[in-house]
Design a protein. Structure first.
Length: 152
């Protein structure tokens, strides 16, 4: 069996310390490949919010209320823990102050399971020093394959 990558060990350690709850994983770059690896490595479902929720909304996706994002995540978390990729696509339509409030609410809310939201764009809006934040911004990450570089 392959050895678990250092970055993933850090995420696992953060999640295990606090069991169920909302977690932010701050990535240095947009890395959907690592989000999928994280869900597989931690035994969590992979949920692409943009694909499964925003795409259905079409042009109205840019006006999804932040409480609707939370409700979608909560509904899905009742079935199993997950890595919720591309939540930032919904957050991008809101000002920084609203994103900061959403991050704080997400991290302090009671969740029925583990919900991990990867963050590669709005790290500065996340609360500083929260125990449910795993900051990987200064951690050496695996390189991108040629195909992944073309895809991102």
């Amino acid at each position: 069996m392959a050895q678990q990558a250092d970055w993933l060990k850090r995420v696992e350690h953060c999640v295990k310390q606090h069991a169920n709850g909302g977690f932010l994983v701050l990535f240095p770059d947009y890395r959907p490949d690592l989000c999928m690896a994280m869900s597989n490595g931690l035994g969590l479902d992979f949920y692409d919010y943009r694909k499964e929720e925003m795409l259905k909304q079409g042009l109205a996706a840019g006006s999804i209320p932040l409480d609707a994002v939370t409700k979608s995540l909560h509904r899905r978390a009742q079935h199993s823990g997950m890595v919720a990729q591309n939540v930032e696509a919904a957050l991008a339509t809101w000002p920084a102050a609203d994103r900061a409030r959403w991050f704080n609410s997400f991290l302090t809310r009671a969740w029925p399971g583990t919900v991990i939201v990867p963050c590669a764009l709005f790290q500065s809006d996340a609360p500083q020093g929260h125990p449910n934040i795993c900051d990987l911004q200064n951690v050496e990450m695996p390189g991108l394959s040629y195909l992944m570089r073309l895809a991102t």
